[in-house]
Design a protein around this ligand. Structure first.
Ligand code: MUC
Ligand code: MG
Length: 390
């Protein structure tokens, strides 16, 4: 008998493994974590970040965790933590119970059948499934998704107090600590003229030392965007994110055709179909990938695949996640062949406290993929209790 046919170890107890990986129970909790300073976008302003933390327990006793991030209640997208928790508890958790956790696509189909959209809620649950399966098998989530292309990812910091003096001080501190050398400036909360003056101050003070991009969060109309893009180009702004309302793909395409500053789509792209429409309209140079928009890690990879097929660049977006949500994104981003624009997962650093015992590692303008099975995180139960909503 040839060696190859000689079993060297007992066959995997497949039946047991399958039974043990079934979802036993799902629980969800709301936490509110204050931020180190107020964070202002065009249509909202927050002094705390609210998340739904989900725990999925398998029949083998292993628990996986996931996070649904929101920004300003239901003002950034339609989901808020109160709604996410209610939908999970009443509709999504029952749909997952008894399902094999490693049947990720089947689980996703069950969730889609149980509730339309609710992408942040589904993303949190799918993350917890990946974490639980990874922990059960001793594999990182990135390995389950296809493996690691990069262990660390360039990460920017967002300036969003609206006060140029404070923002310069903040940027200088980040530069001095060698934490970040690229900054995203939130615009659109004040007039375009006031924002250009603010950007002028920042660009002059940081010239040659930092790169700047801007995010208008849908605040401008086409005329304003066309009027401002030459000024943004003159200031050296490298990327203009979502200047127009999410629906206005034709307008974005016209702005893009006249602009020397490349356009980044954010709120315009939730689904792979949105991505296809954006690409067909020629409405952006790059797309911001976020779990809360794409409904999970597999959804994020689907949107990325459509973007790649259309030659649209990839940017690792965030919604100010804690280390839990940030780590989930890093596992998805780590396996993308190209991530031309880096990422913005600075969220854990803007919180006054983290929810895990080992914070993510930031150094030299990069954030590192955590190592270890699953997401590679250990929940800090005390911090969870401290920030839990009563
Ligand atoms: C967004 O629109 O990009 C991400 C970072 C930040 O400051 O705001 C968010 C949402
Ligand atoms: Mg954005």
């Amino acid at each position: 008998m040839s060696d190859i046919l000689t079993p060297t170890r007992p066959a995997l107890p497949v039946a047991d493994l399958q039974r043990d990986l079934c979802v036993h129970s799902v629980t969800s909790h709301i936490v509110d974590v204050p931020t180190v300073r107020r964070h202002k976008l065009s249509s909202l302003s927050v002094a705390a970040q609210s998340y739904v933390i989900v725990r999925v327990r398998l029949d083998n006793g292993v628990e996986g965790i996931g996070e649904a991030a929101t920004l300003g209640g239901p003002r950034w997208s339609e989901e808020c933590v109160e709604g996410i928790k209610a939908t999970i508890d009443a509709h999504l958790a029952p749909a997952l119970t008894g399902v094999r956790a490693d049947a990720f696509e089947l689980a996703g189909a069950r969730l889609d059948a149980a509730a339309k959209r609710n992408n942040a809620a589904k993303a949190a649950l799918e993350t917890a499934l990946f974490d639980a399966v990874g922990r059960s098998l001793g594999l990182p989530v990135a390995a389950l998704l296809g493996g690691v292309v990069r262990e660390r990812i360039p990460v920017l910091w967002t300036l969003a107090s609206g006060d140029a003096g404070q923002e310069l001080e903040e940027a200088e501190a980040k530069l001095a600590a060698r934490l970040h050398d690229t900054f995203k400036v939130k615009i659109g909360a004040q007039s375009a003229a006031a924002d250009l003056a603010r950007l002028g101050r920042l660009a002059a003070a940081l010239a040659g030392r930092a790169r700047l991009i801007v995010d208008a969060n849908q605040a401008w109309d086409e005329t304003t965007a066309n009027r401002c893009t030459p000024a943004l180009a003159a200031l050296g702004i490298e990327l203009l994110e979502q200047p127009l309302p999410a629906w206005n793909l034709a307008g974005l395409a016209r702005v893009r055709a006249r602009s020397a500053v490349p356009l980044l789509a954010d709120e315009s792209v939730f689904t792979p179909q949105d991505m296809l429409a954006l690409a067909q309209a020629g409405a952006a140079d790059a797309v911001s990938l976020k779990l809360v928009k794409h409904g999970g890690l597999l959804g994020l990879r689907r949107v990325a695949a459509v973007a790649e097929a259309a030659g649209v660049g990839l940017y690792g977006g965030c919604l100010l996640e804690s280390s839990i949500g940030a780590a989930a994104h890093l596992h998805a981003f780590a396996g993308l062949r190209e991530l031309a624009w880096g990422c913005e997962h600075f969220g854990p650093q803007i919180l006054t406290g983290d929810l895990v015992t080992e914070p993510l590692h930031y150094a030299d303008g990069h954030v590192h993929l955590p190592s270890g099975p699953g997401l590679g995180l250990v929940l800090d139960e005390e911090q969870l209790r401290r920030y839990a909503r009563r």
